[in-house]
Ligand binder design. Sequence first.
Ligand code: ATP
Ligand code: ZN
Length: 211
Amino acid sequence: MKLRIAIQKSGRLYEDSVQLLKECGIDLRNVKDRLKTEADNFPLEIFFLRDDDIPQYVEDGVADIGIVGENVLYEKNKKAAIVEKLGFGKCRLSVAIPRIQQYEGVQSLQGKRIATSYPFLVNEFLAKNNVQAEIHEISGSVEIAPGIGLADVVADLVSSGSTLLMNGLKEVEVLLQSQAVLIRNNNLNAEQQKLIEKLVFRIRAVKKAKH
Ligand code: ATP
Ligand code: ZN
């Protein structure tokens, strides 16, 4: 039997995900096609997917495990458990407003139009703070929304903050700190669990060697 892992097909998590598997001694040269690959020296099959789809695939058991950002995992609100934090893909989900605007706490967001790709998490944040605002879901280039009059503020992923700066925005609230995590399906058999343990053991060794 083989363990099936879902990783991002291309994008910010791709390189580090592949690198991590390689550092775990898993040989990925046997590329079958662009959708999946098999390792030569570990019973592992690798599926390449859009990161947004990974929590669903792992919940459904199409893949047994996956590597995805906590931001995506929580936004999708799927039943997949975190096995291990991986220490890369670090970012935060933050609210940012035009730099020239005053900010006096969350109540400043009352009645505003918020552009985001994370409607579930933003909605949760607003509800928790008793703020009513309009969420505009957009899938990319969220940070340009205020500049073109599509929204008043944004809730977007930030790492260095340079993208915000370039778009005349300032970060005012952090909703979530995020990094890449290894997730697993909730109904795995003993053999699959053994393989995950083996993989996690190696991941920890790799992480330790880096510190
Ligand atoms: P896909 O085509 O797979 O849907 P994507 O465009 O949604 O890709 P990427 O931009 O590649 O996603 O980001 C993947 C993940 O990288 C994010 O969900 C997040 O966890 C992490 N990440 C780390 N830093 C940043 C950042 N500054 N901006 C966006 N994502 C970041
Ligand atoms: Zn995505």
